[in-house]
Write a protein that binds this ligand. Structure first.
Ligand code: SME
Length: 159
C-alpha cells in the first residue's frame, strides 16, 4: 500500500472514531492511538499540544514516551509551527535550532497547527519518527486533511 492509500484508510477510520462524540480528551486520545497504530514502524511519538494561557502549549493526549508539559510560543518545532502558522517538517531534529528533545530516539518530526473556523489557533499535532528524513508531502497532506476533519468535528468542544 502506498502512503497515500494508508492515509485514505486511516482517514475513514478516524472519521468513524470522532463522529457524534463530544468528549474532546477521548477523541484526541483515540486519534493519537489510531495514528500511532497506523504507522507503528515510523511514528514513535504521536500527540497533541493544546493552546493554554500565557502563550503556552500544554501537553495533551498522546501515544509514546513521557514528554515535556509545556512549550512556549516560538520555541521548539511545536512553538515555531504556531508562530509561523503552517505545517513544519524537520528532516533532522539535530539541525533544527531550538528543537526540544523529549527523547533521544526522535530523529525527524512533523508538526501540524490546528485552527478552528474563525482561524483561532487551538494547538498542534506533533509526530516524531525514529528515522531520519521520514516525513514527506504525502504525510503533510494526509495529516493536514485529518486535522481539518478533526477541527470541523471538535471545534466547539475546545474551551
Ligand atoms: N520536539 C518537540 C517537543 C515535543 S516532543 O517531540 C514530544 C519540539 O521541539 O517542539
Amino acid at each position: 500500500m502506498t502512503r497515500k492509500e494508508q492515509y485514505e484508510q486511516l482517514t475513514t477510520q478516524i472519521v468513524g472514531l470522532i463522529k457524534d462524540e463530544t468528549n474532546l480528551i477521548g477523541i484526541l486520545a483515540n486519534v493519537s492511538a489510531a495514528l500511532h497504530e497506523a504507522f507503528p514502524e515510523r511514528f514513535f511519538w504521536v500527540g497533541f499540544y493544546l493552546q493554554a494561557h500565557g502563550n503556552m502549549l500544554r501537553l495533551g493526549p498522546f501515544q509514546g514516551s513521557v514528554a515535556c508539559y509545556t512549550i512556549p510560543y516560538g520555541k521548539g518545532v511545536c512553538g515555531k509551527a504556531w508562530e509561523e502558522g503552517h505545517t513544519l517538517i524537520v528532516p533532522d531534529v539535530e539541525t533544527f535550532p531550538g528543537h526540544i528533545a523529549c527523547s533521544s530516539l526522535s530523529r525527524s518530526e512533523i508538526v501540524v497547527p490546528m485552527y478552528d473556523d474563525t482561524h483561532t489557533f487551538r494547538g498542534v499535532l506533533d509526530i516524531d519518527s525514529t528515522r531520519l528524513n521520514d516525513f514527506d508531502e504525502d504525510d503533510k497532506e494526509g495529516l493536514g486533511h485529518i486535522i481539518d476533519l478533526l477541527m470541523e468535528e471538535t471545534q466547539d468542544l475546545f474551551l
